[in-house]
Design a protein around this ligand. Structure first.
Ligand code: TXA
Ligand code: MG
Length: 323
């Protein structure tokens, strides 16, 4: 099992010796290694069972570091980064040669992000290298938002988990592509489209499909909690439409605001009784993960309003329900 603690110097020593450390961020926990060391980064792919075509995000202490690891950065991207970092957003930019190909899966771009978590920012300031870190879950599974989630799934494979409590945002960063003249969203995430468009004073193209060669990790099937998931307009509608199919199934419910009266409350999770999308994002992965151990055969979930963080949660619900 991994040790869990708040010892930044211990984490820094492990990382300096090419070992893995799980780190807290405001979005989800990351499985970190020295991004400049191939020997360290290969351990991430092994521990997660991650296919080598899926590139890793590189985490840095501040925007001033961007020029060390990226080049041809458009002014608009740099200006935006200075305004909104640290925060739940990743910038895809042309990479500098110092970033090894294993990190970027052979692409000439690199995803850079300044995570907004005090422990990890302090850790990054201590290190003289950036941290490559995907979400700290086995490939294809639900992202971890607490140290214990990492322990449960990757505890055998990572020596140390830096414990930063529950992740404040709860869903992964929004990925913005500013490479090669692009201005696109590759992944909807913890920073809403409306907010980003407001900052940029322009509409953004959203291209999050797995067929986009510039978004190699956006797989159609992802975030699997080990149960079959159906998503619909409302739980009632799903129950009506699939009545025959569910006749003998034990049903779990992942609802937005309200419990479903005819189903045992213990088998239900409500994302935000007050209908707050930020609260729903905070609860989303923990509640989705709970169905893994609850005695249910199928999970019925309902779409959230397609605005703000609701859009990013819906994207994840769609991938979680695809197998
Ligand atoms: O919030 C987050 O972004 C978290 C925390 C730990 O920082 N990290 C995270 O990493 O979600 P991961 O590996 O689970 O998802 C990273 C996504 C993948 O879909 C990958 O394809 C994409 O980022 N990505 C990374 N580098 C890229 C690049 N150069 N071009 C396009 N997409 C890239
Ligand atoms: Mg992930």
């Amino acid at each position: 099992m991994a040790n869990i603690g708040v010892d930044i110097l211990h984490a820094a020593t492990l990382l300096g010796n090419n070992n893995l450390v799980a780190i807290p961020t405001e979005t989800v926990y990351g499985l970190a290694a020295n991004a400049l060391s191939e020997k360290a980064v290969v351990k991430i792919f092994e521990a997660k069972n991650r296919p080598s075509f899926d590139p890793l995000i590189v985490h840095v202490a501040d925007v001033a570091q961007f020029e060390k690891y990226a080049q041809n950065i458009p002014d608009i991207a740099l200006k935006l980064a200075e305004e909104i970092c640290p925060g739940p957003v990743t910038f895809v930019l042309d990479k500098q040669p110092i970033i090894p190909h294993i990190v970027t899966s052979g692409h000439h771009t690199v995803g850079l992000r300044v995570p907004n978590h005090p422990l990890t920012l302090q850790l990054l300031q201590t290190l003289n290298f950036p941290l490559a870190a995907p979400s700290a879950n086995p490939f294809g599974y639900v992202s971890p938002t607490m140290a214990q989630h990492v322990q449960d799934q990757l505890g055998q494979k990572v020596p140390y988990i830096l414990d930063g409590g529950s992740c404040a945002v709860g869903i992964e960063s929004t990925i913005l592509d500013f490479s090669k003249g692009n201005k696109k969203v590759l992944r909807l995430g913890g920073m809403s489209l409306e907010f980003l468009e407001g900052k940029l004073k322009t509409k953004l193209e959203v291209q999050t499909s797995s067929s986009n060669p510039n978004a190699p990790g956006m797989l159609v099937s992802h975030y699997n909690p080990g149960k079959k998931i159906f998503v619909g307009e409302s739980i009632n509608k799903l129950l009506d439409e699939h009545a025959g199919e569910f006749a003998d199934a034990r049903i779990g419910v992942l609802a937005f605001r309200d419990y479903q009266p005819e189903i045992d409350k213990k088998l239900q999770r409500v994302l935000s009784p007050s209908g707050n999308l930020t609260e729903a994002a905070y609860n989303f992965f923990t509640m989705l993960r709970a169905f893994n151990t609850l005695p249910v055969d199928v999970v019925l979930a309902e779409w959230l309003p397609d605005e703000g963080l609701g859009r990013a949660i819906n994207d994840r619900l769609k991938r979680a329900s695809t197998n």
